[in-house]
Design a binder for this molecule. Structure first.
Ligand code: SF4
Length: 196
């Protein structure tokens, strides 16, 4: 089996970052429509436990992590260990726990350009057309739901983004001959980097 070291991941990451740019543009357009901003928000969504499901986003995140200064990397890994220790007490009921992402410093994401899809898109209403299960809709974040007075006529259509990331994921998995399920928090991605 080839691994992440053998794989020429750059060509896939370039495509992932193109998708990220398009997500950011769609998000900015919707945010402008609603007059919505995260600025000054005290409900930091970086303390919500989210799982991430793709190797390609895992490699994208590590690409950003590797560019951080060494002392921040070391501190983040220590925070990641504490995060997982705390999370282990709440497995299966993650919605009941708030733990700050180990890559968030003073309210800011230290890997902002490399943050995964869900970190980019979470705040505003969205929809996704699943090929088998039909249309799934997403509400905005807590702040959006509390402050927005407008009808939710502007919805970020996630289908094309998910589809393109899924296509990249299949290509990466095929090249790596990787068949296992991937489901990790950001903290677990940092700690498990050598297990893939
Ligand atoms: S990766 Fe960045 S945006 Fe996502 S939860 Fe962590 S700090 Fe927040």
């Amino acid at each position: 089996m080839s691994n992440a070291v053998d794989l020429d991941i750059g060509k896939f990451l370039d495509q992932l970052y193109d998708v990220y740019r398009e997500i950011d543009a769609a998000y900015a357009e919707a945010a402008e429509y609603y007059g919505f901003s995260c600025e000054g928000c005290e409900q930091n969504c970086c303390d919500t436990v989210f799982y991430h499901y793709t190797l390609i986003e895992f490699f994208g995140l590590l690409d950003g992590f590797d560019a951080l200064p060494e002392d921040i990397q070391a501190r983040s890994l220590q925070r990641a260990r504490e995060y997982v220790k705390e999370l282990n007490r709440f497995r299966g009921k993650e919605q009941n726990v708030k733990i700050l992402c180990p890559l968030n410093y003073d309210g800011l994401c230290s890997v902002y350009e490399h943050r995964p899809l869900i970190c980019r898109i979470h705040g505003l209403p969205g929809s996704f057309r699943h090929p088998a299960k039909g249309i799934k809709t997403f509400s905005g974040c807590k702040r959006f739901e509390e402050t927005n007075k407008m009808e939710k006529t502007k919805v970020i259509e996630r289908t094309a983004f998910y589809t393109r990331i899924a296509t990249l994921e299949s290509q990466v998995r095929r090249e790596m001959d990787y068949l296992m399920k991937f489901q990790k928090t950001i903290a677990e991605m940092l700690l498990d980097r050598n297990l893939v």
